[in-house]
Design a protein around this ligand. Sequence first.
Ligand code: F3S
Length: 280
Amino acid sequence: MEIILAKSAGFCFGVRRAVDMARALAKERTPVYTYGPIIHNENVVADLEEKGIFSLDTVRASYAGGDKDIIIRSHGVAKSVLEDMKQAGNRITDATCPFVKKIHKIVSEHSAKGEQIVIFGSKSHPEVEGIMGWSDGPCIVISDENEADDFTADNGKELCIVAQTTFLYKKFQVMVEIIQKKGYNVYAFNTICNATEERQREAAQIASQVDVMLVIGGRNSSNSAKLYQICKKLCPRTFFLQTADDLDLSDFLSIDKIGITAGASTPNYIIKEVQTKCQK
Ligand code: F3S
């Protein structure tokens, strides 16, 4: 049986950087807190806890007491959240992915010019909540083509469009076109991260040539869920796994080729375990 492992499977640059920053800080002193789980993977979160790195409950804002070492995860946070945490006397290590920081900068600068900010993404995703928090004025989140169809801008306003880093590129293009056709003056920034595009492109390419495709990712990871959707269309026998334990090899008898990919928050050791189990 041939196993094709995607080169782009696993941690992206931003997640690796955030995890490394958290680990480095925890070597100096513990406990260290992350503003929400540092990545969407239960196994990694458990491993970090053993090293003294704990996740703060972002809803209850338990950082309010101050005097904590708090790491901002790669998703980033709203400007006000950052300022509140600093003001409460916490020490902040900002591990926001530089690609997300770039979106914050675009939103901050263009909203200051009076443009209406439109974010393509999922309203409830922390990255999008963070991006919204860098806009000077009101901004709107649009998640699909239907919402783009229904969208009307405030009178005479120029629009600045950005996308959640994990947004599907084709969808982005279609939605920009829908909005442009309404006759608005649009500045559209493709802020989709290359790591996501590359992982999606490679997953599609592998899924189209294998008998079984495995997508490894955390249950709450939106980029892993998207990888699964893409692969499932091209390879009906696509399976979603969190760890090698979810792999039932009896499903794979008499097959020639297995493809493996993994979401941005899946650590290497889990990918290796799945690969080894398949090889066995
Ligand atoms: Fe950053 Fe792209 Fe990863 S935006 S966090 S490198 S998916």
